[in-house]
Design a protein around this ligand. Sequence first.
Ligand code: SIN
Ligand code: FE2
Length: 202
Amino acid sequence: MQLPNGIRHLPGYLDRPAQEALVEAIRAVVADAPLFTPVMPGTGKEMSVRMTNCGSLGWVTDKQRGYRYQPTHPVTGRPWPAIPSQLLDFWRDVAGYEKPPEACLVNFYSDDARMGLHQDRDEQDLKAPVLSVSLGNTCLFRVGGLSRKDRTLSFKLASGDIVVLGGEGRLCFHGVDRIYPATSTLLKSGGRINLTLRRVQP
Ligand code: SIN
Ligand code: FE2
């Protein structure tokens, strides 16, 4: 399978102990910055994932103000917690970008959640890659080109996999078609966690 230029899949980048440590770190993030249900701008339709963030900026969306980054949690009003150190290490080792990530979006997928095809384009710095870490149940990930009409291909992402969207692939359309229940024992209640690290400001 030939991925679009700039898109890299690193299967099994995190071993099981690293996955367990990261889940613990994300539990601490969620305890401080609770998961919220994002809604689409305009329509107010709820997305099927629940999300939170860590880092100096977090990605949020609501009916009135749409997609944006902000320094505080939309419900608690508090600053987002810090990005766990192991994620900063992955960024340093894999992203190949001099500046650190500012935002880490935490998406929690129940086994029936999905994410429609979209581009990550709310960042001012599009030279930095997006680095994504998968934990828990396997998903079917879909990636296309720079136009929504371009041909797409799909492949599975398992717990511990990293995907990098960088270079020419930075703005490729992508989404999650489905989660495969009971494909990982990492998360006691099932589902999948995806962490995406982004640099927002140049
Ligand atoms: C996203 O595009 O924000 C999430 C991708 C994923 O869940 O793998
Ligand atoms: Fe995305």
